[in-house]
Design a binder for this molecule. Structure first.
Ligand code: M6R
Length: 614
């Protein structure tokens, strides 16, 4: 959840660290800090509650020289956002500094023990315990820092990505990871460290993904040395980054979220590329072809995910069941991992995660692995933990998603789930060739249909202003569009802080109907395929109670429109693709309401992009 940057080399570290923090700020943004070994040889830390720009204000009149440094942007877990709780943290003698992403679960017992031994803690964080423990190892066992790090980390329970600096070694960083991602960029006589590639990409495309429980000794002028917690040596495998700098910049849009909404026609094509073959009326997924027997033999499919990815998973269930007739269950990964679920070795577990780092989804994958299930990952971030922990899978290939509210990842996940469903159906023979060709051809047309919806951005922005002071919203949908109701409500609440709930439309009369009055806008997703008449009745029920209707309808609709106060049109499509279209106006509606309320849409309060803590 926090962002980590490190640098050691021949350049001034501070500008690289600050730029890197700005790029990582989407991961956490309640405080920021930097540690440098300046020209004077002193190890200095500057840190503050607030954003990276607040940190820059703090350092404006300070010595920021030095060609080695570490920096951090925080999403608070232990201890409120404050100057003291911000990272980096010093060790007792101020010789060492550390930044950390993750949670140290046994920090209280370690802190108690270290306090008893005379170590003094400044913050309420779990993090500070790690650097104190490392110093304690050096002090009590008279070992070097390099020896103390694995000794200390073997006593730590929890998750971490961390980087350490030592005043006495101004050309060396030590980095370690367990459960949280960490990437090392390899330049010419310089190294970079990042929670992801965004602070590194500008300088080098050569990276090493640090493995689980590995420690990297990063010394300027020397090759990277990697060991693990048992002190076994590992080869540093260099990978080539495929992303470009433009992918992590706003490209003329005021916010990443809006840019990412508008990118969807292109990102959808990227998700289909090389997989969709309209000329053959086929879908080819190497993950399916290479694991045919295991996937086709599955008695049951379980989808595990969180948040938006879970909503995509619900749509995936409808698709897989419709086209393959195999039973599919969709689980919140956080519930699945703790409720002793029944998992059979004949099950296939599909883990969906944009970041590929979500702690609960990763834990669900590990649990399913222990039970012998076959694991299929649908991730966006290449080389991420979930992508690596699964047997096979399919990347969504949409480039970095930086806005905290997931948009382009959702439509890409739904598209990828469709590709998976159809590819399985093809092998199982559960869909005729003719029907398959129809679906494949229609999917190919979806990007241009999204373009058409995006042209109505201005109208949606005008309508959004009407709801600046609205306190509650209800979202209703049926069938394939029920998960869209959930996703539309999630988008609105997370960036505007307006309370919003999504419901299957027919469930409204079992409770939520009590909320409806002239104050309550009800967003109804009512395109013409599937359950149209039924949802029309639900709209009548809302109207009868003076509710205000905002509908998403198919172009040319008259009946739902006649009952609606405002309507957004989407082009007609196959029922299974309606969610990819109907979510677009709802993403724009949420965005524009949040803007009208003056919210920070890319960094909404209390949220972080990558939820690497449970
Ligand atoms: O990276 P993941 O797809 O695993 O993330 C899952 C959720 O944390 C994420 O979708 C979250 O709900 C978003 N903020 C929704 O916009």
């Amino acid at each position: 959840m926090c962002g980590i940057v490190g640098y050691v080399g021949g350049r001034q570290a501070y500008p690289i660290l600050i730029k890197g923090l700005t790029r990582l700020e989407y991961r956490g943004y309640d405080s920021a800090g930097v540690a440098l070994i300046g020209d004077s040889g002193k190890l200095v830390i500057y840190k503050t509650k607030g954003k990276v720009k607040d940190l820059e204000a703090v350092t404006a009149d300070k010595d920021i020289s030095g060609s080695i440094g570490i920096a951090h942007t925080r999403w608070a877990t232990h201890g409120e956002p404050s100057d003291i709780n911000s990272h980096p943290h010093y060790s007792e003698n101020h010789n060492l500094a550390l930044i950390h992403n993750g949670i140290i679960e046994n920090y209280l017992s370690l802190k108690t023990e270290l306090t008893r031994k005379g170590y003094h803690f400044q913050s309420q964080t779990d993090t500070e315990v790690v650097i104190q423990l490392i110093q304690y190892m050096m002090d009590s066992r008279s070992v070097s820092l390099e020896e103390a790090v694995p000794l200390a980390l073997n006593l730590v329970v929890g998750a971490y990505a961390l980087v350490i600096m030592d005043k006495d070694q101004p050309d060396k960083l030590i980095a370690a990871r367990k459960g949280s991602p960490l990437i090392i960029g390899v330049g010419e006589d310089e190294y970079f460290v990042g929670s992801d590639a965004s602070p590194i990409i500008e300088y080098t495309h050569k990276v090493v993904y640090l493995g689980e429980e590995q420690i990297a000794y990063i010394k300027r002028g020397e090759d990277l040395r990697i060991t693990d917690l048992r002190n076994e040596e590992h080869t540093a495998r260099i990978s080539e980054l495929e992303m470009s700098l433009s992918e992590i910049e706003k490209g003329g849009f005021p916010h990443f979220m809006l840019k990412e909404i508008f990118e969807q026609p292109r990102t959808l094509k990227a998700s289909m590329q090389g997989r969709l073959h309209p000329e053959l009326g086929e879908v080819k997924l190497s993950g399916v072809i290479d694991n045919r027997e295991r996937l086709l033999g599955a008695k049951r499919i379980i989808i595990c995910a969180c948040g938006t990815s879970w909503h995509a998973g619900l749509i995936g269930k409808y698709m897989i069941e419709e086209f393959t007739r195999k039973p599919v269950e969709v689980e919140y990964a956080s519930e699945f991992r703790y409720r002793r679920p029944v998992i059979f070795p004949t099950d296939v577990v599909i883990a969906i995660s944009q970041s590929g780092e979500t702690a609960d989804t990763l834990a669900a994958v590990k649990l399913a692995r222990e039970a012998g299930a076959f694991l299929f990952g649908i991730c966006n971030v290449v080389g991420s933990s979930i992508a690596r922990a699964t047997d096979t899978g399919c990347y969504t290939h949409i480039g970095p998603e930086i806005g905290v509210a997931s948009t382009k990842a959702f439509t890409a996940q739904v598209t990828t789930l469709f590709l998976l469903a159809l590819s399985l159906a093809e092998q199982l023979g559960t869909v005729t060739d003719e029907r398959r060709a129809q679906l494949v051809n229609e999917l190919q047309r979806i990007p241009e249909k999204i373009e058409k919806i995006l042209q109505h951005d201005g109208e949606i922005a005008d309508i959004a202003k009407i709801f600046t002071y609205t306190r509650n919203f209800l979202y209703l949908g049926r069938g394939y569009n029920y998960p869209v109701a959930l996703e539309g409500a999630l988008k609105l609440k997370e960036i505007s802080y307006i309370h919003a709930e999504g419901y299957p439309a027919a469930e409204m009369k079992h409770g939520p109907i009590a909320l409806i009055d002239e104050e309550m806008p009800v967003v109804v997703i009512a395109p013409k395929r599937g359950n149209y008449e039924k949802i029309l009745s639900n709209i009548q029920e809302v109207k009868a109670r003076k509710g205000r209707i905002i509908s998403v309808v198919t172009e040319g609709d008259t009946d739902v429109k006649a009952l609606s106060d405002w309507s957004f049109e989407i082009p007609d499509s196959e029922e299974c693709f309606e969610p990819i279209l109907s979510i677009i106006p709802l993403q724009l509606l949420a965005y524009h309401i949040a803007i009208a309320k003056g919210r920070n849409v890319d960094q909404p309060r209390n949220l972080a992009k990558s939820v690497t803590v449970e």
